[in-house]
Write a new protein. Structure first.
Length: 141
């Protein structure tokens, strides 16, 4: 889970989350079924959302090293069972893609969520040192 320290600046919180994720990697070999059993949730869903960051090294340098073979586009299609999945694709600009269960979110709610995430990402340089509790959840204007 993500621990929120109200007074922690956003940039420090993000660094802490990155470090915590790296520590969890040491336990990546443990299967989900065992985790569910140990947590007392055997057979029950443990997660409501999924975040995927895709970082494909497709740039001019890669294409130059391939000779006549050129990579012009890539696309990943992945099904999942999560009610909400956010995929961020990198390139000349970030692309946010939201896959969602329409029984949980409608199109307007999904568009609103993407708009808020986009606004947050664009504001990161300005709010990086802002304590988490001071970051507005509705708008960053």
């Amino acid at each position: 889970y993500l621990r929120l320290e109200e007074s922690s600046p956003l940039v420090q919180w993000l660094l802490d989350q990155q470090a915590a994720q790296a520590e969890q990697d040491a336990h990546g070999h443990v299967g989900l079924a065992l985790i569910q059993k140990l947590a007392g949730f055997a057979g029950e869903p443990l997660f409501e959302a999924m975040f995927t960051y895709e970082n494909y090294p497709i740039d001019a340098t890669v294409n130059q090293s391939l000779g006549e073979l050129k990579i012009s586009d890539s696309q990943g299609i992945d099904g999942n069972h999560y009610p909400v999945a956010l995929i961020i694709l990198t390139g000349e600009e970030l692309v946010l893609r939201l896959i969602f269960n329409r029984a949980r979110l409608d199109d307007a709610q999904a568009a609103d969520l993407l708009a808020r995430l986009s606004q947050l990402i664009e504001a990161l340089p300005v709010i990086a040192k802002t304590p988490l509790a001071a970051i507005p959840l509705t708008t960053l204007s």
